[in-house]
Each structure stands twice: as C-alpha cells, then as structure tokens.
Ligand binder design. Sequence first.
Ligand code: ADP
Ligand code: MG
Length: 501
Amino acid sequence: MGTKFRESVVISNTFELPAAGFPVMGPVNDDSDRYWKEALEETRRRSPASFEQWFSSIQFEGLDGVMLSLTARDEWVRDWVVAHFLPDLLANLERLLGDEARGGIQVRWRVQPNIERPVCERRAVPRARITEPPPSARRATDRSSTADRASVSPRAALAAALNPKHTFPNFVVGPSNALAYAAAFASAGGGGPRYNPLFIAGGTGLGKTHLMHAIAHKVLEERPSARVVYVSAERFTNDFIEALQHHKMDEFRARYRVDCDLLLVDDIQFLAGREQTQEEFFHTFNALRDADRPIVVTSDKYPQQLQRMPERLVSRFTSGLVADIQVPQLETRVAIVKKKANLEGIELSDAVAELLAENIQSNIRELEGALIRLAAKSSLTGRPIDEAFTKSELLMVAPRRPEVVSVEDIQRAVCSHFRMTNSELLSKDRHKSVAFARQVAMYLCRQRLKCSFPELGRAFGNRDHTTVMSAVRRVEALRQRDPQVNAHLEAIEQRLAASEE
Ligand code: ADP
Ligand code: MG
C-alpha cells in the first residue's frame, strides 16, 4: 500500500507533514468551511456506502486558500482516501473555488491515531434483533460492519438491503431485456437452463439491480433456508479490506465461500484496478462454482470491455452466459410507466404514459423519476396529470444544460481517470501510458471543443501541431477497433458528464 500511496498522490500534489504537525493556522474562513462541506457532501452522495467507513477516520483541519489540511487515523486510511475519494473531492473543491484554484489544490496530511473531530460519525447499527441467529449463521451480508453484524440475522440484513418492489412480477419484459430476465429467473430456480455464472450487462438504470433483487426475493420465498448473499462490488471490497484490517479473513471467506448458496454481486465494474480484491473475488468465484452454487454478476459493460480487470476473471465471467439489457423500445417503456404508476397508485391515461415514454428514452430510472415528480406536483398543486401538465413538466426537465467543458476540464478528467498529475500530462514524458493519456486528452479536446491543432499544441505543453494531429488520428483509429480504448473514452466522457451536472 505504501507504493500505492505514492502512485495516487499524483493528483493532488499531496504531501506529508513531518510528525510535528500542522503549523498554526489562522481562523477558519467561513467560506472555505462552506466550500469544504459542499465538496464533501457531493462526494458523500456519490459513494454513500463507503463514505462513512473512511471519513469517520479523517479530520478536517482547514482550507487555507488552496491548501487543504487533513488528518488520518492511520496510513491505511490516508492511502485509501487519497486513492479513492480525493480526486473527486478535489475536483468538487476546485469547481467551487473557481479561478482561485486554477493551479490545483494542495493537500497536507498528518497521521495521528487519535481523531477527535471526525468528518462524520459512523452510524450506529440498529440493534433491533429480529431473531437471535445461531452462532454458525451470524454473518450478515451487507450494510453493517463486521463488528455490528453479530446482532442482525443474515436474512434480516438481506431483507433490509432489498427493495420489496423489485420482484419478477414487477419487471416488464420486452425484447430489450427478455434474455436477461429469463436467465435471471432460471438462476432463481424458476425453470429453464441455468447458467453459471450469469453475467448481466447493461447501461445505467436499465433494470440490472432490479433483476438481482428479484432473484433474491424469489429464492428466499421458495427456499427460506437458502443462504443468499447479495452485495455490491463496492461492499465486497470494503468487507474484504475490513477483514484484512481486523484479521478476520476466516470469517470473510466463510461468509462468501462457505455459508453462501447463491452469490449476487452488483456492479462488478467497481473492481477495476483493485488487484487484491480481484484476487480474492477470483478465489471466491472458483470455490462457489466448484461447489455448483450459482453466481450472478451485473456490470455496466460487457466482460471484455471491463477496464483493468485481469484476463482470468474476464474469462470466468464469459464462461457461463452473458445476457445483456438494451435500452427498451417505446412499447416496453410505455408498459413500464404504466406498471410503475399502478404500483404507486398513480392514475395515468394512456396518452400521458406515451408522452412520458416518448420523451425519456434511455434510462428507466429517469422515466420513473419523472412520473413520481409529476404525481407529487399534481398532488401539491391540485392539477390533474393530463397531457398539458405533463408537457409543461417535461419541458422543465428535458432540456439539458449546454456543455460547458474547457480544455482544462478535459485534462483534469483524463488525469483523474489515469491517475496522473496535470504536469505529467503536459510533460515531455514519452512513457507509453503517459503518452497514451495525453493522446486521449488531445483527441477529446479536438472532438468536443473543435479546437484547432496549433491551439491544442499550445494547450498541451507547446507541442507541434503535427504531433497533435497524429495523436487525434491514432486515438480515432484505436477507438474503432479496440474495445478497451473505447471503454477508457467512455469512462472519461462519463466523468465529464458527471462534472457538468
Ligand atoms: P441498473 O441497476 O441497471 O442501473 P435498476 O435496476 O436500478 O437499474 O433500475 C432502475 C429503475 O428502473 C428501478 O426502479 C427499476 O425498477 C426500473 N426498471 C428498469 N427496468 C425495468 C423493467 N423492465 N420493468 C420495470 N421496472 C424497470
Ligand atoms: Mg444497479
């Protein structure tokens, strides 16, 4: 981890203070305090599951101009926060500070075991005991820390993690998701050929998690004694780290490999680049498959497009069935809107259902959000949900803000994606990975901002325009034929889109 830290430092000019501590700082400026809190909130929203776990061991010392001072309980916590939260946090802060932070924000770290004013408290786990589990079953699946698990039965913990509405009967089947639905149903013992593993791939908000919950509901309903483990890959990672930290690997392995009849892992793309967790997951996977216990995994990409995922895991993922979910066609979207309205007790005419489905096309979560908003507004204002009202509401949510991306935004997104500093990106370093990141950044600038080649040359450390030209052409060509390159580009584009929101 020591070396990892060094790698991850890059993004923020992070440096360590000697043990003596921080210089005495002036009184905390109210604005700085507010910026820090806002930036932090944004980060918390993105990773609520693990935020508390890490930030309960971090203390905010102050933000003085562009100098952020933090204390971590130990090096482990510091390294993790630097690698996994800081890029996002600093990007938020830079955005809030605007021009003042043009040159980037510097971070000063101190390590001190005693954290008196943690950034956040760790939430107490509900102590309500549903049933006292026998000692052998004292392993919950999600949400709570190892120490807290003993008081909650695995079944209760699982039930709490599942959305009761995400069942098979509530899932609308259409051509875009029929294969994934049938395969998920079979995994839950519903009949039909069962593939192991089942890998469900599909874009955001298209029903992957819904299907995972549906499998868990069905199995629990029909075989209440079955030990179903449902986790996000993020939770699996955090559990693993916690087990390592507290020397509880035996318990961890028992939970995932032995006391597990069905393993459901959501959003496996989270494991990208996390080599030790990948290794552990690989062995978990093998143990379960050798014992013929079903494994279902979801991902926002096809296995071959997963970034920084070792080949042996990718080949395991493709060894069963890869079922994808595509964006549903209009008819399926209309059916989904109607089903949701019915479940929520919202009265909706066919015309309004169609209007919604026609206007919100690529993400069911957004479609659902629009429906709920409509219903809420209607009950607040007393207006019926008719076509005129729906149209006016759609007008308010539909137009996206124009893109306001700059060369610096693109450089920053590329740097955070490839974990490097801006000065490395602009340097003369010809090392393959640095050069590739630079070419990608040039390509994205050209494509999105339509900058001229000489202009880009200047923005990238005074390079010749022909260098920029060939970089752009190279990435353009690679994008067509190499899914990995395409995946990198998509990830960076997503990052940019997120920072625009
Ligand atoms: P993902 O995990 O793929 O990002 P979710 O499973 O969270 O997406 O789905 C987002 C929302 O859309 C959920 O509320 C889910 O119930 C709903 N949804 C997606 N597809 C369907 C479908 N085919 N039928 C009914 N609801 C759906
Ligand atoms: Mg999901």
